[in-house]
Ligand binder design. Structure first.
Ligand SMILES: [Zn+2]
Ligand SMILES: [Zn+2]
Length: 559
């Protein structure tokens, strides 16, 4: 049964991802029997999900409401907003709306997934409102660390929601319009029922700073450097890429791009009218042949991603480029919390080779794409919403953002969790229901639940090792031969005593079983598991996963 009737004119907000975490944003607005989805992002898997690259919000709720889902509106092209589209769209099958640059990035993904022909992707002009069922959606261009960042003014019969998307204020953003305060004030004048907004940098008291200032600083820095210069940054930051082009020109260096995602963004940017004066690129295979003082290399991997270009270069594992002592690597990026360790290792690998490493801690070479409290205060001043729902943050960010909104005079705030169904009305905000939520993992090419036994087993094996026991039983139910064990990921010592001891312990346990119990596979498996784990715990303090293969001679089919 459908969740809402057509006659239900409540206005509902339901986040399925991004509330209580930074990453995988998926927000729903419900009104008059329909749902409008805003963003459909992914997050990168952490080390406790071994072997898994990407995580998505579980769309089960909206999948069951698929007929009521009238559209997916994408605010901008960051992976935490568009990354799940090719994986989840087959379950959603709704029209998708995006502005040209974002659409170009989405098209690349859909093409790779073989979905380009199927997905109705509407490339919209940011200045023309779109009517989607009972919603009128107006894109509001805002500065961000990617081209075409947008908030959305979503008009309904109940009032207007301002969904900020990811944003910052930048008087000189280099790409896109400068601070759109008149548009925001006009929204405030007409009345904003609720602001649903970015909480990422609420712990920063000041402003995020301008891309133009970064450009000036980077040019000055690189002009003073000798030998090769490598700049790594977030590939999607088109203004920063343009800056790197300007740095190359100003320092008389040829520009080389390394990394697939960087090439993809440059192509999408040129396709949609950006990077018009970007310097002619030198092919990467020629990077090593250029005089050291005449080359600038832009590459991916600023968060230490092991397969990205800068990590490969650091390991001397790059096809075309090898750095030498006194070359320079500039990390024009933020050290994202959680990545400090892996980045620290990368900095050390480079430093131990005599390479000069420059990070945001050494020089002014990065600004954030998210608003600090000073910018949030301005935003609330212009839009003056009746209610505020902080999103795009961990619980502590959302709490702080809600507190700030109250300090700034917003009457109603709430701190949402994924799955909260919140009614937005002229009375304020009310939690009216909870929808099922969860996380999905991309495991190879399969999409499985994050609690799937495959992941649980793998995590156990990665921490505690794994033992497989092969047992052969005679017609009379006794062991026909010594058990054979395959031991993975456990220290075995120099001689066979650990292995032999385990075989002995297992044989002994099986012999002690009652004959009737030994005839039942499940009981043999349980006894095997207990015997092996007990032995491993007492000998080496490990608790491995155990699998048992049982062959019964009287059941062998000699075909
Ligand atoms: Zn973003
Ligand atoms: Zn984001």
């Amino acid at each position: 049964m459908a969740y809402m009737r057509k006659s239900d004119d409540r206005l509902l907000f339901l986040p399925l991802g991004g509330s209580g975490e930074i990453g995988m944003n998926l927000n729903l607005y419900g009104h008059k029997g329909t749902w409008l989805m805003v963003d459909c992002g992914m997050t990168f898997a952490e080390t406790h999900v071994p072997g898994v690259d990407l995580i998505f919000p579980d769309p089960t709720f909206i999948e069951s409401e698929q007929e009521a889902l009238i559209g997916l509106v994408l605010t901008h092209g960051h992976e935490d907003h568009i990354g799940a589209v090719p994986y989840l769209w087959p379950r959603l099958r709704c029209p998708v709306y995006a502005t040209p640059f974002t659409a170009e990035l989405v098209k690349d993904k859909l093409k790779e997934a073989g979905l380009l022909e199927q997905v109705p992707l509407h490339v919209v002009d940011a200045l023309t409102p779109i009517k989607i069922g009972p919603f009128t959606v107006r894109y509001v261009p805002l500065a961000h660390s990617i081209a075409e960042g947008h908030g959305l003014a979503i008009e309904t019969s109940k009032g207007t929601i301002f969904h900020t998307g990811d944003w910052k204020l930048d008087d000189r953003p280099l790409i896109g319009p400068a601070c759109p305060s008149p548009v925001l004030s006009e929204l405030g004048e007409k009345g904003v029922l609720a602001l649903v907004g970015d909480s990422t940098n609420v712990f920063n008291p000041s402003e995020s700073g301008s891309e133009a200032a970064v450009r000036e600083s980077l040019i000055e820095l690189v002009q003073g450097l000798k030998n090769r210069v490598v700049i790594t940054t977030f590939a999607s930051n088109v203004a920063r890429l343009e800056t790197i082009g300007e740095v190359a020109k100003a320092s008389g260096r040829h520009l080389v791009l390394l990394g697939r995602s960087m090439e993809r963004v440059v192509r999408a940017a040129k396709e949609t009218g950006y990077l018009k004066d970007f310097p002619t690129l030198v092919p990467e295979e020629d990077a090593d042949h250029l005089p050291k003082d005449r080359v600038l290399i832009a590459c991916t991997g600023c968060q230490g991603e092991p397969r990205a270009a800068i990590a490969r270069i650091a390991r001397d594992d790059h096809k075309h480029l090898q750095l030498s002592p006194d070359d320079n690597v500039i990390f024009s990026s933020k050290i994202i919390p959680g990545n400090e360790l892996v980045l620290g290792q990368l900095f050390n690998t480079l430093a131990s080779k005599g390479i000069n490493v420059v990070t945001e801690k050494d020089a002014f070479i990065h600004v954030s794409g998210h608003p600090g409290r000073a910018e949030l205060a301005k935003m609330y001043g212009w839009t003056r919403p009746f209610s505020a729902i902080p999103v795009h943050g961990e619980a502590r960010h959302l709490m702080r953002h809600a507190k700030l909104a109250r300090e700034l005079g917003v009457e109603h705030t709430t701190v949402p969790k994924n799955g909260d169904v919140i009614e937005i009305s002229e009375r304020g905000l009310e939690l009216v229901d909870e929808a099922p939520v969860g996380r999905l993992a991309l495991d190879g090419t399969a999409i499985i639940g994050i609690d799937d036994p495959a992941i649980v087993d793998r995590r156990r094996a990665s921490v505690n090792g794994f033992v497989t026991a092969s047992l052969i039983f005679d017609d009379d139910g006794a062991l026909a031969a010594e058990p054979i064990l395959a031991v993975m990921g456990l220290p075995r010592g120099d001689d066979d005593s650990f292995y032999d001891g385990m075989v002995y312990a297992l044989e002994h346990a099986l012999e002690r079983m009652k004959p009737a119990a030994r005839d039942i596979d499940a009981m043999v498996e349980e006894t095997t598991r207990i015997a092996i784990r007990r032995y491993c715990r007492s000998e080496i303090g490990k608790n491995p996963g155990v699998a048992t293969l049982i062959t019964r001679r009287d059941e062998i089919d000699f075909r």
